[in-house]
Design a binder for this molecule. Structure first.
Ligand code: TRP
Ligand code: SF4
Length: 333
């Protein structure tokens, strides 16, 4: 019995990584790698095409994200790091799966409905089949653990259903992926999910700590009803940016609630509270930034990592796709 997990996750290359991606996702990727699982982390460049139509930007983002991954502690020995498009078998699997996937289910997915509502003129076929391609990403390597954010749960449910249905109809083919809901939603400066809105609410993982401090002091929202430091604050309900981030990154805070208690008792002011938060951001970001700076000019190395990762991923995924072809009656003549 194979007891090590195959951990798989993908990220779209719509822009540069921000602190929310780092804390919510990439940090966990590194932990899974350190635990000795088979880790597959890819850049979903094909999925990116549903919204990003600038080829230069896409190419650039992919390379920058790989460098961010490496600086964060992923390494090509411990993890298979690849671009989705380097494994054409993923696209083939997506097509094969689309033959047994009812359209209605895809149209009912909340993320799809959201995107249609927001941008009714941009409903491409690729957007409708987005979750099918995502299922191919997951089922191709027989992933068993998929760390995802809350917004991806419906897509993962669909992948599980597709696996179950396919296995029933054609015999055991796909491992059933478990979702790992560990990717927390990291609040941005305005209290909304970091990087989500059009609002400029994200913290760039490569900006200097001074700039981050300035941004928090000037723009980080606190309890709006707390006008003076002598007023008791409400960290849990009314402080939507600073306190929730303390809970995620400040050591001991999630259990001890020292800052929350100090806020409620009016023993700490918001400026001091923000400064402590930024000190904790610095502890996390400083080693990352040092490593990242050393990689700044290493684009060839990043491409090499993707090339090797693509070859390794391809060997794994090809096996599944050959089996799927065979079960469905498709012969490579
Ligand atoms: N749809 C995911 C997102 O937007 C990215 C993604 C693509 C993904 N394929 C995946 C995540 C497979 C996990 C597994 O965040
Ligand atoms: Fe939020 Fe901290 Fe101010 Fe309390 S002291 S309202 S937790 S920023």
């Amino acid at each position: 019995m194979d007891t090590i997990a195959t951990v798989l996750s993908g990220i779209r290359a719509t822009g540069r990584l921000h602190f929310g991606n780092y804390i919510g996702a990439v940090r966990h990727f590194v932990t899974h790698q350190q635990q000795g699982n088979r880790c597959m982390y890819f850049i979903a460049d094909l999925h990116t095409l549903t919204t990003l139509r600038n080829p230069e930007e896409l190419r650039g983002n992919v390379i920058e994200i790989v460098k961010d991954y490496l600086a964060a502690g992923l390494n090509p020995e411990g993890s298979i790091i690849y671009a989705q498009s380097s494994v054409p078998e993923i696209s083939e699997l997506s097509l094969l799966l689309s033959m047994v996937q009812p359209l209605g289910e895809l149209e009912r997915i909340p993320t799809f409905k959201d995107l249609v509502r927001k941008n009714p003129d941009n409903v491409t076929l690729g957007l409708v089949t987005y979750p099918v391609l995502m299922a191919a990403d997951i089922l191709g390597p027989q992933a068993t653990l998929v760390p995802v954010g809350e917004d991806q749960i419906p897509n993962l449910e669909l992948a599980r259903n597709m696996a179950r249905r396919f296995n029933e109809r054609f015999g055991q083919t796909f491992a059933l992926p478990e979702m790992l809901e560990e990717m927390v939603k990291v609040p941005g400066l305005d209290g909304e999910k970091m990087g989500k809105s059009e609002a400029d609410n994200a913290i760039d993982i490569n900006s200097s700590i001074e700039i981050i401090r300035k941004r928090y002091l000037e723009r980080g929202i606190t309890d709006p009803q707390r006008l003076r430091a002598s007023d008791p604050g409400d960290p849990y309900n009314r402080c939507r940016s600073i306190y929730p981030l303390h809970e995620i990154i400040t050591p001991g805070e999630a259990n001890g609630r020292e800052i929350a208690k100090a806020c409620i008792a009016a023993h700490i002011g918001c400026v001091e509270c923000k400064k402590r938060l930024v000190d904790n951001i610095a502890v996390i970001l400083e080693p990352f930034q040092e490593h990242r700076a050393a990689l700044a000019n290493q684009n060839d190395y990043a491409r090499e990592v993707l090339h090797e990762g693509g070859k390794r991923a391809r060997r794994i995924i090809k096996e599944t796709v050959e089996r799927v072809r065979d079960k469905m009656g498709i012969v490579m003549y």
